[in-house]
Ligand binder design. Sequence first.
Ligand SMILES: [Zn+2]
Length: 143
Amino acid sequence: MIVHIKISLEEVESKGREYRWERPNQCPNSCNGKIWGHGFVYRYFRDCTNAIPLKRWRCSVCHIILQYRPLGFWRRFQDSCSRIYSALLERISNGKWPPDIPRQRGGYWLSKFTEYAVLHEMIIEDDLRKSVLYFIEKEFCFI
Ligand SMILES: [Zn+2]
């Protein structure tokens, strides 16, 4: 289970495994199990030179594994969701991707967004821009 927490990626990158992670208070399954450290997974994020060690935890009773992930970053994406949405808005409004977004990457985001919005009947008034703004407002994730 992924748990999004507010952290500074720069700070975690500079301190590495010495970063002091805050232990979860309790198991999300409410089993009253004790939460123990369960190592790290390394993930890449945009603007970070190295892979970042993200702390994992394990419940002693139900054995669920919790993996921390920075707030605002979806699973399997290196860019923050706000950066993804702002790139989508620029592409839809101006027909061009922001210069720092590779066309292939942006195209993948746009295709995933459109696929999700169509599948869930969330295209607002046949306007992709309005649909993206709606997703931002509701903090929806399209993956
Ligand atoms: Zn548990």
